[in-house]
Design a protein around this ligand. Structure first.
Ligand SMILES: [Zn+2]
Ligand SMILES: [Zn+2]
Length: 269
């Protein structure tokens, strides 16, 4: 199996669990250790159960609880050299550096990192694979490059950033300079861009579309979901909007049955 659950998603904090039968990964930890522990408990888990923590970039909404969690539970933290350098004041029990261009494995989950344009030292995102089924996290992009599109091709599930509704951002409380940063290629994807990206990636094997990293000021669940549905076939029921203040259920990206390699058909003479 390959399953995903959000502990919370939005501009105020992000953390995602990815698990297979034998491995549990925490992707980012933008909540305090206390809050992370409370949210994991709702899923019947504790930070002690995590095999490793992966970090996308150094912004506070992704790393707030990482140092305390790593130290208290002696967990290894995986991050790029640039992110490590940006977080050099933090202490982790174990630090594992990786290249954002090279795949690696933790337990029985394969991890394909890829660089993202977002305005951080060396921001990246990940595709998680298990027995040939792949799930991607694609938040904090700003824009999607040809390389990002290439990496996301064929995924069975995606957590895509749907940060802002254009009208709400324009009419909202943010000063023009901050609006420009959010809209830029180094900021966040808005609802329309998220829809365009998912439409490009859509294929019959894509079953799960999670919308995340919504802005509480500049977006609503309905605006994000309705915009995404506009880019999908009529009656599509694959979309879920992740919440900032509560964790999600587990989403099955693949069950053991589905991910088992298909038997080769006998050749017909
Ligand atoms: Zn960020
Ligand atoms: Zn973020």
């Amino acid at each position: 199996m390959l399953q995903v659950a959000s502990l919370g998603s939005g501009s105020a904090g992000n953390a995602t669990l990815v698990r297979s039968d034998n491995t549990l990964l925490l992707l980012d930890c933008g909540f305090t250790l206390k809050e992370t522990t409370a949210r994991m408990a709702k899923l019947g888990l504790s930070p002690a159960n995590i095999d490793a923590v992966l970090i996308t970039h150094e912004h506070g909404d992704h790393v707030r609880g990482v140092g305390p969690l790593s130290r208290k539970f002696a967990k290894s933290v995986w991050l790029t050299h640039g992110t490590y350098n940006a977080l050099r004041d933090q202490r982790f029990t174990h630090t594992k550096l990786f290249s954002a261009h090279a795949s690696f494995s933790i337990g029985d989950i394969e991890i394909e990192p890829f660089p993202t344009p977002h305005d951080a030292a060396e921001s990246c995102q990940f595709v998680f694979g298990h027995r040939g089924v792949r799930f991607a996290c694609a938040t904090d992009l700003g824009t999607y490059t040809p390389h990002v599109e290439h990496m996301l091709k064929g995924v069975a599930g995606i957590l895509v950033e749907s940060n802002y509704d254009e009208t709400m951002l324009s009419n909202g409380p943010y000063p023009p300079s901050l609006q420009a940063r959010i809209r830029s290629d180094f900021g966040h994807l808005g609802n329309e861009q998220a829809g365009e990206l998912v439409k490009k990636l859509d294929h019959p094997g894509m079953r799960t579309i999670l919308l995340g990293h919504l802005s509480e000021q500049n977006n609503t669940d309905d605006a994000a979901a309705n915009t995404m549905r506009h880019y999908l076939p009529a009656g599509d029921n694959r979309v879920t909007v992740l919440q900032q203040h509560s964790c999600s259920r587990w989403f099955d990206i693949a069950t053991s049955d589905v991910s088992a390699p298909a038997e080769a058909l006998p050749e017909l003479a």
